[in-house]
Design a protein around this ligand. Structure first.
Ligand SMILES: *[C@@H]1O[C@H](CO)[C@@H](O)[C@H](O)[C@H]1NC(C)=O
Ligand SMILES: *[C@@H]1O[C@H](CO)[C@@H](O)[C@H](O)[C@H]1NC(C)=O
Ligand SMILES: *[C@@H]1O[C@H](CO)[C@@H](O)[C@H](O)[C@H]1NC(C)=O
Ligand SMILES: *[C@H]1O[C@@H](CO)[C@H](O)[C@@H](O)[C@@H]1NC(C)=O
Length: 575
């Protein structure tokens, strides 16, 4: 009997099985479908919705960013990719390189299923640069029993500036789930860090019953790994921890440091992607090297009522240290909020958000994120507004730029008294619920004020990004919303009222907002990057000029636009 004939069927069955266990959705019926009737033509859908300056491959499904690194003058980005369609499946490590993190050149996939240790899948992982400038990739493979194991891969030719080909040595897998570990919930190895004792360390995400776990492993040679008696950290009632990321941040300044940095005046950050909520949470804390335990500070809430990198569509993120510019950079995946049917019709799904520089706020309590400075090279035509007072109910159009592909940065000046701010109800613990309750339509005292992005001329469709300010006993509460509920007249879309609170001092009466608008994505940074929200939205425009941008104030008190700068954004070379 010819087994080769049955192999594809077996692989298919295995991949279905893995997919179910990993709670990724597989739409087998769509995998070979190339077109689908929709009300807008496919050309129009793509013209309006495909992003202009966000990272995307020409077509197909993408998810997690993998193994980002800087090596010999080039930035590398790998990412989870389905070469066969616009839904999850057939995952390989696609690979692109860049000199500036903005323009990208595509290469052949670097890692794809070939061996017993990854024949059923090549899932997420990280890169570490070993001494002697030798990169190594750690990733999760799915073996023939559908167990999740950790593998390594090394460049075939270190002199190839593009690191095109990667070799998976035969001693893989290097980390097997032992009997205490759930082999169906054991994935996404971190970048390694080096201890004073001469041992490398990594963390692998997992769970036990309902407890989310970051298992710690140690190795002298990067090949033989031993599980530590105790995990680096864990937290009950949080479920599976995916894509953990663990790194040091200096107490002062914006610079980043290498993952193995050993010096004074640093704190650590542990981020996990929680599969149950599909959001990411981080804490700031202490890493006790002697006992190899991470302990969040008492100012950092652990679990899913804690801080998030982004309060919108943002998941499976990963940072890397950019040794060229001494900064730590964050990549994150923004999935679609459209139906799988539309994704398949367009032929693509998923984007990477604009890389963000990330550092510790001077309070030491949270991180600050800001789009990398290289993005500014794409700025074209500019509009500026200074000292414009927005009275109650007023909105002004920001004309003269391409509102569908823009960068807007505005600083609002609040009234000298915040007495008329609405009272904050202490029961409001979830910002998204408050945004849903109040939106822009419930009149407030101070706010709502902000931007209408991707708006139709008559405001039939618009995505407001805005603030509302509340009075509370201790200090004012600032709510930031990116509300997709009116973003499209189409039904069947996911249109959440994403929101987060902004821990900002209002004594200088200033509050800033920057939004990166790009066809079907609005990435917003409140108060200089203290609170970030990414929304995916799908207005039904039929031409690029249908998109408009406004600034508005629907609160009782006047708000002044102290300064507003908006730019048309150029289209870089992406893949
Ligand atoms: C390695 O890459 C370098 C630079 O591209 C090239 O000159 C050399 O021939 C390659 N070596 C092998 C064995 O392919
Ligand atoms: C192991 O993880 C899988 C996938 O999440 C889950 O379905 C299963 O219940 C877990 N097993 C145990 C013993 O917790
Ligand atoms: C939090 O920890 C700091 C020291 O890191 C301590 O001074 C402070 O009292 C603690 N606060 C609470 C509420 O435990
Ligand atoms: C992105 O898509 C929306 C709509 O389908 C889901 O609700 C989210 O769970 C999903 N996010 C991730 C990280 O998969």
């Amino acid at each position: 009997m010819d087994m080769a004939k049955f192999l594809p069927v077996l692989l298919f069955l295995f991949s279905l099985c893995v997919a179910v266990q990993a709670s990724h959705k597989v739409y087998t019926e769509f995998q070979s479908l190339h077109s689908e009737k929709t009300s807008q033509s496919i050309e129009t859908l793509n013209l309006i919705q495909r992003t202009g300056y966000h990272f995307q491959p020409p077509k197909n499904w993408i998810n997690d960013p993998n193994g980002p690194m800087y090596y010999n003058g080039l930035y590398h980005l790998f990412y989870q990719y389905n070469p066969k369609g616009a839904v999850w499946g057939n995952i390989v490590w696609a690979h692109s390189v860049s000199k500036d993190l903005i323009n990208w050149e595509p290469l052949e996939p670097a890692i794809y299923p070939t061996d017993h240790f990854d024949i059923n899948g090549c899932w997420s992982g990280s890169a570490t640069i070993l001494p002697g400038n030798k990169p190594v990739i750690l990733y999760t493979g799915i073996d023939p029993e559908n167990r999740q194991v950790q593998n390594y891969a090394i460049p075939k030719n270190y002199s190839d500036p593009y690191l095109r080909e990667w070799v998976k040595p035969k001693d893989n897998p290097i980390v097997d789930p032992d009997r205490s570990v759930n082999a169906s919930a054991f994935r996404d190895p971190t970048t390694a860090w080096y201890g004073k004792d001469g041992l490398w360390r990594i963390v692998v995400g997992s769970k036990r019953n309902h407890r989310g776990i970051a298992y710690l492993y140690r190795s002298r040679d990067f090949v033989h790994w031993v599980k530590a008696k105790r995990p680096l950290h864990s937290k009950d009632k949080t479920g599976m921890w995916e894509c953990p990321d663990f790194f040091p941040v200096p107490l002062n300044g914006k610079n980043g440091v290498d993952t193995s940095f050993d010096g004074p005046d640093i704190k650590y950050v542990l981020k996990v992607s929680i599969d149950l909520t599909r959001y990411e949470y981080y804490t700031v804390g202490q890493y006790h090297q002697g006992i190899d335990r991470y302990v969040p500070d008492n100012t950092s809430v652990d679990g899913w009522s804690g801080l998030r990198y982004d309060y919108g569509n943002f998941y499976a993120s990963k940072t890397f240290f950019d040794v060229d510019k001494n900064r730590r950079i964050l990549w994150g995946w923004a999935n679609e909020s459209d139906t799988a049917k539309h994704d398949v019709a367009k032929g693509w799904a998923g984007i990477q958000t604009i890389p963000r520089e990330l550092w510790l706020d001077s309070s030491g309590k949270q991180l600050i994120q800001w789009p990398i400075e290289e993005l500014e090279t794409l700025r074209g035509d500019k509009i500026q507004i200074k000292n414009h007072k927005l009275k109650m109910g007023e909105q002004i159009e920001i004309k003269g730029i391409t509102a569908i592909q823009a960068d807007v940065d505005v600083t609002f000046l609040l009234p000298s008294s915040l007495d008329s701010a609405e009272q904050f109800d202490p029961r409001w613990v979830n910002a998204q619920d408050v945004c849903a309750l109040k939106g822009i339509k419930v009149e407030g005292g101070v706010g709502p004020f902000g931007l209408f992005t991707l708006a139709s001329e008559n405001l039939k469709e618009y995505t407001p990004v805005f603030f509302r300010i509340f009075k509370a006993p201790q200090k004012h509460v600032v709510l930031m919303c990116s509300d997709a509920r009116s973003s499209s007249v189409r039904s069947g879309l996911y249109k959440p009222s994403f929101a987060g609170f902004v821990d900002v001092d209002l004594t200088d009466r200033k509050l800033s907002l920057r939004s990166l608008i790009d066809h079907s994505v609005v990435e917003s940074f409140g108060a200089g990057g203290k609170t970030c929200i990414t929304s995916r939205v799908y207005p039904t425009f039929t031409s690029l000029n249908d998109a408009h941008l406004f600034a508005f104030n629907y609160g009782k008190e006047s708000i002044t636009i102290e300064s507003l700068n908006a730019w048309s954004m150029k289209r870089p070379q992406i893949n």
